[in-house]
Design a protein around this ligand. Structure first.
Ligand SMILES: [Zn+2]
Length: 127
C-alpha cells in the first residue's frame, strides 16, 4: 500500500518535471525567435525563465532518482541464518540488533542442541 502511494508520487513528479522541462525548452526556443525579430527584452526574459525552468526540472529529477535509490536499498532486508551444528537444521530470519556470526541463539527445535548464527547478509534485490 505504502509502496503504491510512493509510486504514484514519483510518477506525478516525473511527469510534472518533464512538463516543466518541455515548457522551458519552448520558452528558450521562443526567446531565440524573438531575438531574431529584434525583441531583445523578451529574449532575455524568456531565456532566463527558460533556463531556471530547465535547472529546476533537472534538479527535481535528480533528487527523485536519488530518493528511488535510497528507497530501493532500504527495502532490502538484512537476514540472519542460524544453523544447528548437530543436525544441520537451518533457520532464516530477519536480522536483530546484537546478532553476530557464531553467536549461540537458542535451542534447536529438532535436537535441542544450540543454534549458532552462520551468516548475516543483505537480501538481494527482487528484480
Ligand atoms: Zn539440531
Amino acid at each position: 500500500m505504502e509502496q503504491k502511494k510512493n509510486g504514484l508520487y514519483f510518477y506525478v513528479t516525473v511527469i510534472f518535471s518533464l512538463g516543466v522541462l518541455a515548457y522551458s525548452a519552448w520558452l528558450i526556443l521562443g526567446s531565440v525567435l524573438s531575438y531574431n525579430e529584434g525583441q531583445t527584452e523578451s529574449f532575455y526574459y524568456s531565456l532566463i525563465l527558460g533556463l531556471i525552468g530547465v535547472a529546476l526540472s533537472i534538479s527535481s529529477l535528480a533528487t527523485m532518482r536519488r530518493r528511488i535509490q535510497i528507497i530501493k536499498s532500504q527495502s532490502l532486508k538484512t537476514l540472519t541464518t542460524e544453523i544447528c551444528e548437530k543436525c544441520n537444521f537451518k533457520k532464516v530470519r530477519e536480522f536483530k540488533a546484537g546478532d553476530y556470526v557464531n553467536k549461540k541463539t537458542e535451542a534447536c527445535p529438532q535436537c535441542k542442541a544450540d543454534l549458532a548464527i552462520s551468516m548475516i547478509y543483505k537480501e538481494s534485490p527482487k528484480e
